[in-house]
Design a protein around this ligand. Structure first.
Ligand SMILES: [Zn+2]
Length: 327
């Protein structure tokens, strides 16, 4: 039986986020043998987070009934700016206080196995390319619309990572030179205008100014509970402001998509992330705006698809990264 079990190569994927860690044992066909999901103890700093990753790895190994020596390698997808070459997280808005943290070597030292570090959005692009909506595509862009905006650029079948591994920060292209301040310190970034966080900020601003809207009521009367999901519910119930704010977010999404299409001439754009679950009310204005801004030939060449792997794209992609780097 062991020979059969070991015939298919296995990797361990870790999707490290600011709020949760998803760990899974994945085979080369993208099948998950076991998984563990737990909160990220961000307040405990890098040592606490590494311990949580190691504990999570122990759980998935036990669940699958295998040893760490049965695993080819570990791929860790992490948020923020990291250097895959050195395995270091340079800085990460989702991991406060992390600067030049050698995460790859910290985890490798505890697990005694080869580990690799990859940007989380690049990992998600790899996941979709290998097992999801990007199968068969050679040139595509994965866009994740969420609290922020992230992405991965696939050129000729490989994730384009730039000269030092930090390419693909599409959320931080400037859309409005005098726009709202972004978490990165710049003004008018795509994610400062078109993300879930941007949508929430705008809604709260209107509510504070006394706008006539049911959004606050949908949030139980509490301003801090005004989330993108709440705004969506208000819009679905016919709230005029909610509908306008979502359409405006879609407009800005379209402006950014137009830039990407004109620059990269992709065959496919995969759209994922929680915000994209709003569907047509968000994506229709986005595609309309993009269509009006790009070269016709580029528009005719591109198709759009929703991400297929949902919350698993990152962990599967991290495992794919491990397979690729190890081979
Ligand atoms: Zn920014």
């Amino acid at each position: 039986m062991c020979a059969v079990k070991n015939a298919v190569k296995l990797a361990l994927g870790v999707d490290l986020g600011g709020t949760k860690i998803l760990t899974a044992i994945v085979n080369v066909r993208g099948e998950t043998l076991s998984r563990d999901y737990r909160a990220t103890p961000v307040q405990e700093g890098p040592d606490g987070v590494v311990k949580a990753i190691v504990d999570s790895v122990d759980v998935v190994l036990r669940q699958a009934g295998i040893a760490i020596t049965d695993i080819e390698a570990v791929g860790i997808g992490a948020p923020g700016i990291s250097n895959p070459g050195t395995g270091t997280i340079i800085t990460s808005p989702n991991l406060p206080g992390w600067h030049d943290v050698p995460l790859r070597d910290m985890v490798a030292g505890k697990l005694d196995i080869k580990c690799f570090l990859v940007n989380d959005a690049n990992a998600a692009a790899l996941g979709e390319m290998s097992f999801g909506a990007g199968r068969g595509a050679r040139n595509f862009i994965y866009v994740t619309l969420s609290t922020g905006i992230g992405g991965g650029i696939v050129v000729d079948g490989r994730v384009y990572s730039g000269s030092t591994g930090i390419a693909g920060e599409i959320g931080h292209m400037t859309i409005d030179d005098d726009g709202p301040l972004c978490n990165c310190g710049n003004k008018g970034c795509w994610e400062a205008l078109a993300s879930g966080r941007a949508l929430e900020k705008e809604a709260r601003r209107y509510i504070e100014e006394g706008a006539n809207t049911t959004i606050l009521a949908c949030a139980g009367g509490e301003l801090e509970k005004v989330t993108a999901r709440v705004i969506q519910v208000a819009a679905e119930q016919g709230d005029d402001l909610a509908q306008k704010l979502i359409a405006r977010t879609g407009y800005y999404i379209g402006v950014g998509l137009a830039n990407l299409i004109n620059i990269f001439n992709p065959e496919l754009i995969i759209i994922g992330g929680g915000l994209s679950n709003m569907g047509d009310m968000l994506l229709k204005p986005a595609l309309k705006e993009a269509a009006g801004r790009v070269y016709k030939a580029s528009w005719q060449a591109v198709r759009f698809a929703r991400a297929e792997l949902g919350a698993d794209s990152g962990v599967l992609g991290a495992a794919v990264f491990a397979f690729r780097e190890e081979s």
